[in-house]
Design a protein around this ligand. Structure first.
Ligand code: PLP
Length: 421
């Protein structure tokens, strides 16, 4: 049976009414990518308030690698809800925070002993990684990359690359942030140290092992290793931002594992929480322990519901073989899209790692038209890229082969219409 089932033209009457209420109650700055209001979700399927069923290839922007309402996550949440909801880990701790920290410490690449700090979001985790790096190195500067995305808080916006719609109007940004091209020979960093900022002033370099919002840009093989090596040479901490690429998306638990390196600090969020807001900084224990009591934390960071959810997510990834599944899904995608590339000149590039796959179109107008056609035909997709011309897939990794084919059929139909226009 088809997963996509549309009872009404999309958006249906109930969603349309909610779009109006939303416009009156919520600021315009919170974008609305589809005019569909959710009623239920399961696996890779979302049902809206009008009873329409969609395949969800956005996954809440990469937060549902283990699937919507993963059964282990739901069971763990019910059990936790019956015990306690919040005490603040800093005031009255609970075991699940410690168990999750132990698990992330064990999963993080490399043999150096690790420690983990839990927070509420990817941006908050990035902020804390920078705080920790500055405190440890006693240096001010941070190096980041063109086309990077690290969040929307003021410090993380200064690390994020894209001006519109993210940065413009929010200036001034925190200082001592230096941006260099992504994927270029690591030796060019030496030039940056000569011409832009002295190496001994740099606390950290932060990189996405595969760029997410920037357009699913995969750097050349060996690049991350070479960059980490330059950092090591100069006493600069290497921070891997795995917020989007982590938790099996690329076919490994963390994308950084495609190369043999141990980041000093690793930032995770999104799929870690299985749908709940959770971020983490996992790093070498000596670095993580550098700040004194009270210097790190927050009221809700590592809330017990989020910890239980995350432990169930990791279990689901391990038990469900989701890393292997990601590689398989990536293959299905690439086979189809590479064949389209030969037929549809609109497609300029096909790229990705594991199930973190995308295709780039000639322009952002075609990309918008494609995603519009897709959600009107039962497939929810989000775009990426500095120029808004990349179609990326972030479907739950529990999507079936048949659902994958169904989604690709919708994309192909959209491309045929766009190509004929
Ligand atoms: N880092 C990366 C690589 C991301 O993709 C994102 C969000 O898209 C963030 C950080 C920020 O995460 P959050 O939206 O949870 O603050």
């Amino acid at each position: 049976m088809s997963s996509i089932h549309l009872k009404t033209p999309v958006p249906g009457p109930l969603s349309r009414a909610l779009v109006e209420r939303r416009a009156a109650a919520v600021p315009r700055g919170v974008s609305q990518l589809t005019p569909i209001f959710v009623s239920h979700s399961e696996g890779a399927v979302i049902e809206d308030v009008d009873g329409n069923r969609f395949l969800d290839f956005a996954g809440g922007i990469g937060c549902l690698n283990a699937g919507h309402r993963e059964p282990g996550v739901v069971a763990a949440l019910h059990a936790q809800a019956d015990r306690f909801l919040h005490t603040c880990f800093m005031v009255t701790p609970y075991e699940s925070y410690v168990r999750l920290a132990e698990k992330l410490n064990a999963l993080a690449p490399g043999r150096t002993p690790k420690k983990t700090l839990l927070l509420n979001s990817g941006a908050e985790a990035v902020e804390n990684a920078i705080k920790i790096a500055r405190a440890y190195t006693r240096r001010p500067a941070v190096i980041c990359f063109e086309d990077a995305f690290h969040g929307r808080t003021l410090l993380t916006l200064s690390l994020t690359s894209k001006t519109h719609p993210y940065k413009a109007g929010f200036e001034p940004f925190p200082s001592d942030v230096y941006r260099v091209p992504y994927g270029q020979p690591a030796a060019l960093l030496e030039d940056t140290f000569q011409r832009v900022v002295a190496a001994e002033s740099v606390a950290a370099l932060i990189a996405e092992p595969v760029q997410g919002e920037g357009g699913f840009i995969v750097p050349p093989p060996g690049w991350v290793t070479a960059v980490a090596e330059v950092c090591r040479k100069h006493g600069i901490l290497f921070i891997a931002d795995e917020v989007q690429s982590g938790f099996a998306r690329t076919g490994k638990m963390f994308a950084i594992e495609h190369e043999d390196i141990e980041p000093d600090l690793m930032v995770t969020a999104k799929s870690l929480g299985g749908g709940l807001p959770l971020g983490a900084v996992t790093g070498k224990a000596e670095i993580m322990d550098h700040t004194g009591p009270g210097a790190l934390g927050g009221t809700f960071g590592g809330n017990p519901l989020c910890c239980e959810a995350a432990l169930a997510v990791i279990q689901a990834i391990e038990d469900g073989g989701l890393c292997a599944r990601a590689l398989h899904l990536g293959e299905i995608f690439r086979r189809r899209v590479l064949e389209w590339k030969g037929r549809f000149p609109l497609i300029r590039d096909v790229r990705g790692l594991g199930a973190m796959q995308a295709f780039e179109l000639a322009d952002s107008a075609s990309t918008k038209a494609l995603t519009l056609y897709c959600y009107e035909h039962g497939l929810i997709l989000v775009t990426a890229g500095t120029y808004g011309n990349v179609v990326r897939v972030l479907m739950p990794l529990v999507v079936t082969d048949a659902q994958m084919d169904e989604a690709l059929d919708v994309m192909e139909a959209a491309l045929k219409i766009l190509e004929a226009a």
